[in-house]
Every structure is written in C-alpha cells, then in structure tokens.
Design a protein around this ligand. Structure first.
Ligand SMILES: [Fe+2]
Length: 236
C-alpha cells in the first residue's frame, strides 16, 4: 500500500508514464499521465499540489493539465495552490460539473475550468495531447458532470466506482438513477478493456478480503465489485 504522498511509477510500452499516489484523510487516489518527450503532465484530481509539484520538479517536470473527475471539495482541494504554482496549467472538467447552483454548498468547491467536455451522459470523448490518449466518459450520478478517464493501462474511476463499491448518491446534486445507469455503462467499458489493467478508485477503501489495496485489476473488479455485480443492473 502506498504511504501518504508516495508515488507508484510505471512506464508503458509506448513510453507514457503513469504515476499513482494517495493523499489525505480520505485516501484520495490521484493518477498522472506523463509524456516526457512532449512535455505533457496531466494529473487527475491532484490533492496535495505542493507534494505533486515537488515530486515532478525532482525529475524536471511540471504539471501542464489538470483533469477533474468532479468538483467535490476533496477532489479539487489542490486546485488553488496548483494554479498559484502553475498559472499556465490547463484545467479540464465536464461542463455539467461547474454546478453554479451548488458551488457554495460545503460538498463542492469552485474550479475555473479553462476547457470543458460537453458530451452527454454515457458517451465518451477522446482526450489527446502529445502522445497521451485518454477516453473520457460522462458518468453522472454521484455528482453532476462526473467523468471516468481511462487509457495507458488504467481506468481512473473517480467516485463512480471504488475497488469493491461505488460512490454515495445521497449528496446534493447526486442522482441514484443516473448512478446506476453510469455503472451499467462503466461495466460495458470495463468488459471491453484488458482485464489486467488497473482500476484506480477515487478513494482507497476496503477490498473483499479485508485488505485496502491501492487498486485492483479490472478483472477482479468485474468479478467482485458489488455495484458492478448488482443483478438490478440488467433490469435497467
Ligand atoms: Fe465525490
């Protein structure tokens, strides 16, 4: 298991690096995709931006893109410090995650996206920068404008899915019906991906055997995650 602020770093066959860390009291999981040749560093939901900047600087890198799964406070808590450190960074999220009517609620925090995805729910768009190529799927339910992001051997689930469960749907802006629809769609995506890819959850919670792994394989998630295996999914 990763210590707070410890980084797991892997390099894919085409040279894209994937860095994963966990940070904060709720064990938020962050994933970054790094293309050194083109100077691209895209981080999903950076929690502790100072720690991120420090680790990247050790290797002569700096963030170029922030990709937000949703705008709950614990996922965007690093936003303002990241902007101070890197004013030029591009900030991406789904248009529906701006939530002007909810942004003052304690659960949310304002993020000024510089670019947005606008795809309708349960559809995907490609996000290509340098040699990084990701699929962004609009998957609302836990929060408006929630997205999952996958590519380069990982499926970053945000708070749609945890290793053994799913995000809560009792918060302002949550929609349980949309959540189950998003999970059913996610299952079809996961079934299309190599089963040894990693499912990175938005938070590191308990797994079926009592351990608390940083991630599980997509194959294991499909076999054991209770939400992905809910019989009601087939009745939607
Ligand atoms: Fe959340």
């Amino acid at each position: 298991m990763l210590e707070e602020g410890e980084f797991d770093k892997t390099v894919t066959r085409n040279g894209i690096e994937v860095w994963v860390t966990q940070m904060g009291d709720y064990m938020n999981m962050n994933t970054a995709f790094i293309d050194r040749r083109n100077g691209v560093v895209a981080i999903i939901d950076p929690f502790d931006s100072v720690r991120w900047a420090e680790e990247l600087a050790r290797e002569g890198l700096k963030p170029t893109h922030l990709l937000y799964t949703h705008t709950h406070r614990d996922h965007v808590v690093g936003y303002s410090s990241m902007i101070k450190l890197n004013p030029e960074v591009e900030v991406w999220g789904h248009e529906d995650a701006r939530v002007p009517e909810l942004v003052n609620h304690v659960v949310f925090e304002r993020v000024d996206f510089t670019r947005t995805w606008k795809n309708s729910r349960n559809t995907s768009v490609e996000w290509d920068v340098g040699s990084i190529s990701l699929i962004v799927t609009h998957s609302p339910g836990h929060a408006p404008g929630h997205v999952t992001i996958h590519g380069h051997g990982v499926y970053h689930a945000g708070d749609l899915l945890f290793t053994n469960g799913m995000g809560r749907v009792d918060l302002p802006g949550s929609n349980p019906g949309d959540q189950w629809s998003s999970i059913r769609h996610a299952r079809s995506i996961l079934e299309s991906l190599p089963e040894d890819w990693r499912l990175i959850p938005g938070h590191r919670y308990g797994w079926i055997d009592g351990t608390t792994p940083d991630w599980v394989s997509i194959g294991d998630a499909l076999s054991y995650n209770y939400a992905l295996n809910d019989p009601l999914l087939d009745e939607l």
